[in-house]
Design a protein around this ligand. Structure first.
Ligand code: CU
Length: 229
């Protein structure tokens, strides 16, 4: 009975549309590649371990014939020990290469404001709303419009406490701090409408701290920022 009761959870999860795994920007695609890559490596390890586990349980099970047999005393096995030391080290090294490369490349920075090339947007987080300021000073609350372009550069700052800027369809979460501005780049966003939210519990109305994200063509973006509110 117990097994049956978790079945609906699995069915529900299977039907879930997991936005993070269907990214709409090249930043998000790199991140989901890392998720799938580490998941793939781990799956190989899990399957190998479980096959060995099942095989050993079967092979060394109790049988009548083994009743009087006393197993040989063994002390260490250099080959085996080398294998289970070197293999995990190799696996971790393989995992480390893309992880370090992508993570360093994408990490939000606090000092590269001038160096990054792209469409700049100032993001101000506060309890419980988001204010987006475009290049020409246009300010909009809880609605973020960005162009389909090589890179959008977000300058994130909080007016009060720590929040977290998250548009699951485009990229991972970035903490937003009151005492330092972070610069975060999202590359090649694809046209569409997405959901954004605060991903750091920040008070009673935290759940309402959401915003809409629209990625539009470069021309439409130009028109949009020229428009009066
Ligand atoms: Cu918040």
């Amino acid at each position: 009975m117990k097994k049956l009761s978790i079945l609906p959870i699995f069915l529900f999860l299977a039907g879930c549309n997991i936005t993070v795994l269907d990214p709409k920007s090249s930043t998000g695609k790199e991140q989901s590649f890392l998720i799938w890559f580490s998941f793939g490596l781990m799956t190989i390890v899990v399957i190998t371990v479980f096959i060995l586990f099942a095989w050993f349980v079967f092979k060394y099970r109790y049988t009548k014939e083994k009743d009087d047999v006393i197993p040989k005393d063994v002390k260490g096995n250099l080959k085996l020990e080398l294998t289970w030391t070197i293999l995990p080290v190799l696996l971790l090294a393989v995992l480390a290469v893309p992880t370090i490369a992508i993570t360093y490349d994408q990490s939000p920075v606090s000092d590269a404001k001038e160096e990054l090339d792209g469409v700049p947007i100032d993001v101000k987080a506060e309890q419980f709303k988001w204010t987006f300021t475009h290049e020409n000073g246009k300010e909009v609350t809880d609605e973020l419009v960005i162009p389909e372009t090589d890179a959008v550069i977000f300058h994130l700052k909080s007016a009060d406490i720590i929040h977290s800027f998250w548009v699951p369809a485009l990229a991972g979460k970035v903490d937003v701090f009151p005492d330092k501005e972070l610069t975060y780049e999202i590359k090649n966003p694809e046209a569409g409408t997405y959901k954004g939210k605060c991903a750091e519990y920040c008070g009673l109305q935290h759940a309402d701290m959401t915003f809409d994200v629209k990625v539009v063509s470069a021309e439409d973006y130009k028109k949009y920022i020229e428009e009066e509110e």
